[in-house]
Design a protein around this ligand. Structure first.
Ligand code: SAH
Length: 226
């Protein structure tokens, strides 16, 4: 797969069981509808989601469900990950992508299979350390991670061709829109703690356009460091 990372032998040398489980997950994603981008489906077929969660939960890794990753956070549901990733790629091939909310590192790794440059911010130090270690072990060394409150993006590395926010906020910081390159796309769950609308914003010559994609439920985007 180009132009992103290749998986390390460790990640690929997995038993048939998990490859079968991943194949089934892809069939289920197709059956649910809304996901048609073969690049996204192929990347998700490769990526070992069970290595991004605690071993005790590994048997549930390929169910279409969010799972706990500690610190009251979750790895997002596969359908939602697929939908958001597809939404980022729909208007062309982004080069540099910013993720806000590294969590387990799964979404960052998926993006690294699909785009040139992935930058990801996480506010919980311990989660970020684990994600960094995991990404390095799996061969995703080029994902740039930062321990910070990402609500206002990563201005030093802007502009981004795409920004993905993986925690729910009542409102988005205007700084995020300023960090979008022309033609750039921002996908984010916007709303309260009990549920959000997945929104896609696009920066074009006339300004910023907005589109509602789907109802979703994310953990909240929180201020400050932990
Ligand atoms: N994308 C992740 C799932 C993220 S869950 C994955 O693939 O596993 C949401 C994450 O956003 C949590 O880890 C949470 O700590 C983080 N988060 C919440 N508010 C944040 C903020 N202001 N800045 C950076 N990260 C934040």
């Amino acid at each position: 797969m180009s132009p992103g990372n290749a998986l390390s032998p460790e990640a690929l040398g997995l038993g048939m069981t998990s490859q079968r489980a991943r194949d089934r997950m892809i069939e289920n994603l197709r059956a649910q509808g809304g996901i048609s981008d073969e690049r996204v489906l192929n990347a998700m077929r490769q990526l070992p989601r069970h290595l991004f969660i605690d071993e005790a939960l590994a048997s549930r890794a390929y169910e279409n469900t969010a799972l706990p990753i500690g610190h009251s956070q979750t790895i997002s549901q596969p359908w939602v990950v697929a939908r958001m990733t597809q939404a980022l790629l729909e208007f062309g091939q982004p080069q540099r992508v910013l993720e806000i909310g590294t969590g387990s590192g799964y979404q960052a790794a998926l993006l690294a299979l699909l785009v040139d440059e992935v930058c990801s911010i996480e506010r919980i130090d311990e989660l970020l350390r684990q994600a960094r270690r995991r990404l390095r072990r799996l061969g995703f060394a080029k994902v740039r991670c930062r321990h910070d409150d990402g609500s206002a993006g990563w201005p030093e590395l802007a502009p981004f061709d795409a920004i993905i926010v993986t925690a729910g906020a009542q409102a988005l910081d205007p700084a995020l829109f300023e960090q979008l390159a022309p033609g750039g796309v921002l996908v984010a769950p916007v709303g309260g703690r009990n549920g959000q609308q997945l929104l896609r914003f696009r920066r074009d010559a006339d300004g910023i356009s907005e589109e509602v994609l789907a109802p979703v439920v994310f953990v909240p985007l929180l201020p400050g460091l932990a």
